[in-house]
Design a binder for this molecule. Structure first.
Ligand code: AMP
Length: 396
């Protein structure tokens, strides 16, 4: 894997695809700059070598061309503060505006291009648009893991115009090293913890993990499809009726391959989907009519904590319950605590996928696990298919 570490950027104009898709408030202030801060080491490496940096990103999902709301000019001041230097801005990512700004750029300087998605060609992966972008720089760096599962012009197609001068940035290489460590060289026992709302979102990943993990722990709303498939009464809990057979097939496959698959045995149930609903803890196979399971119960927590404590590699995606509500966060928090404890004892823990990352941040555990992935969809797709368009394009 070639990364910015392997090159000297002196005299180069590096076109760096970053993920500056950050949340903005009503006054267009950046409310969470995690993704911007993540890109700083790559940008600074190029600048310190004596190169110039041209940043390309998308912001939001503009539908019909330019829209004030999605302009990257809103992040300019914050970026300049983070880099501690002025940053130039091109009000379009192609055409004369972009060309002139790129031509004027000197070594040690930074230019930010306007939102790539103001041109529909970006998401279409248009080759001509990618070529126009490529002409702005002399080197291509992909550091946007969060969009690496899309074959867009700036994330994949553009790479063909840099046959010998392309590489990954530090965000990308960190993510890839982490997920590869789990998928290809996991120290055993390897435990995958899967939660979240739906089985349908996780079928492919479960099928892959059955070939790699020693233990698969299931929680969250998706658990009830497994419970029902095995004949349990789940009241009005979340269920995907059309996935009952799939759930049984996954259990059968796991058994055939000697993988221990853990389904919750008890649940915290509520009479309504609300934090102040009446609640009780019951056997997960005997949920009364009119009640729904919103968290795993204490017996399940204990079993899961034991399995996690005995693991050397841990992958966690998806909460164990409706952790956004304090009444139903206990199971998710206890799994997070068990992962932190196992990590302290030497296990490698990778947390990925939007809501488990949100949970880890909620409990301030981000620095106490081995790696927190920034790319939810990209991480899951990498595990499912073993590669990503944005990764393949750079490695070609
Ligand atoms: P996902 O995006 O698939 O990882 O799902 C995350 C969402 O699943 C979170 O918003 C949780 O509140 C929700 N969730 C977790 N457990 C349950 C449950 N038992 N019933 C309903 N929703 C749940």
């Amino acid at each position: 894997m070639k990364t910015v570490k392997d090159y000297n950027f002196s005299g180069q104009k590096a076109l760096v695809r970053v993920d500056f898709n950050v949340p903005l408030d009503a006054g267009y202030n950046v409310t969470d700059d995690t993704r911007m801060r993540a890109a700083l080491p790559t940008i600074n490496k190029i600048l310190n070598d004596g190169g110039a940096v041209i940043l390309m990103s998308h912001l939001g999902r503009p539908k019909d061309g330019p829209a004030e709301k999605y302009s990257l000019k809103h992040v300019l001041a914050h970026l300049s503060k983070l880099l501690n230097k002025p940053v130039a801005f091109a009000a379009d990512c192609i055409g004369d505006v972009a060309k002139n700004a790129a031509n004027a750029l000197k070594s040690g300087e930074v230019l930010l291009l306007e939102n790539l998605r103001f041109h529909k060609e970006e998401e279409k992966g248009d080759v001509n648009f990618a070529k126009q972008l490529s002409e702005l720089g002399t080197f291509y760096v992909n550091d946007a893991f969060g969009t690496a599962h899309r074959a867009h012009a700036s994330t994949a197609i553009i790479a063909q115009f840099f046959p010998n001068n392309k590489c990954f940035g530090y965000v990308m290489s960190g993510e890839l090293e982490s997920v590869n460590k789990v998928l290809t060289s996991a120290e055993k026992p390897f435990t995958a913890i899967m939660g979240g709302a739906k089985v349908s979102d996780k079928i492919l990943i479960l099928q892959q993990l059955i070939n790699k993990a020693d233990n698969i722990i299931i929680g969250g709303g998706m658990a009830f499809t497994f419970v029902k498939a095995q004949g349990g009464n789940i009241g009005k809990s979340l269920v995907e009726e059309d996935k009952l057979d799939t759930a049984l097939a996954i259990l059968k496959d796991a058994k055939a391959k000697g993988v221990n698959i853990y389904i919750p045995v008890d649940a915290v149930i509520a009479d309504n989907f609300a934090n102040d609903a009446n609640k009780q803890t019951v056997d997960i196979k005997a949920i009364p009519d009119g009640w729904m399971g919103l968290d795993i119960g204490p017996e399940t927590e204990k079993t899961y904590a034991d399995v996690i404590a005995n693991s050397k590699t841990i992958l966690w995606n998806g909460p164990m319950g409706v952790f956004e509500m304090s009444s139903f966060e206990h199971g998710t928090k206890s799994v997070a605590e068990a992962i932190v404890a196992a990590t302290k004892k030497g296990a490698y823990s990778l947390i990925g996928g939007g809501d488990s990352v949100a949970a880890v941040n909620k409990y301030n555990f981000a620095n106490e696990v081995s790696y927190v992935s920034t790319g939810g969809g990209a991480l899951l797709e990498y595990i499912e298919s073993g590669s990503l368009p944005g990764v393949e394009a750079v490695e070609k």
